[in-house]
Write a protein that binds this ligand. Structure first.
Ligand code: FES
Length: 171
């Protein structure tokens, strides 16, 4: 005998509470668990689907952006100097560096740690982020010291006579 049936004994009229809550006490617990389980399964399924979608996008998504844009005349950027410019969009800070003995390279200025602005330090032959002392190689953009774990996005260049164009940014 359920608890509700025990409560009902001795009464000929149906309890008001029974009409409002048609489940027996035991069944009420069962329904709550089932609903909770259903919610947990649906939530897990949704999270799994989102994870798969993000992984697929990361694996096959477009990792480059930008279009051919004139950024400098080579004669205006002598060896050992840098020119800062916006690429691929206005406000996306980037730097063109004429590395002595190597030539022109270009990177995004956005630190891969927490997005502070990276700058070129000629005297130390490095790219430096002052926020947390992050250091990158000027020849490859790879992190060499500090917290950054990923290389700086590189901007591919194209030379046409004295003119230097940015072609695309490659993450
Ligand atoms: S933001 Fe550049 S090292 Fe932290």
């Amino acid at each position: 005998m359920s608890r509700q049936e025990r409560v009902d004994q001795g009464s000929r009229e149906p309890l008001k509470s029974r009409a409002e809550y048609p489940y027996h006490w035991d069944a009420d617990d069962f329904v709550s668990r089932r609903e909770l389980l259903r919610l947990a399964v649906l939530t897990s399924g949704a999270l799994f689907a989102a994870t798969v979608a993000i992984a697929v996008r990361g694996a096959f998504g477009n990792s480059s952006s930008g279009s051919r844009t004139l950024i400098a005349n080579a004669s205006d950027v002598p060896a050992g100097s840098v020119k800062y410019f916006d690429y691929p969009k206005k406000g996306d800070q980037a730097m063109l560096i004429n590395v002595p003995g190597l030539g022109f390279v270009a990177y995004s200025q956005k630190c891969t740690h927490l997005s502070c602005a990276v700058r070129y330090e000629r005297d130390k032959d490095r790219l430096y982020c002052p926020c947390h002392n992050g250091v990158y190689s000027v020849t490859t953009g790879d992190p060499t010291a500090g917290p950054p774990q990923r290389r700086l996005p590189q901007i591919l260049l194209e030379r046409d006579g004295d003119r230097i164009f940015a072609r695309k940014e490659q993450a």
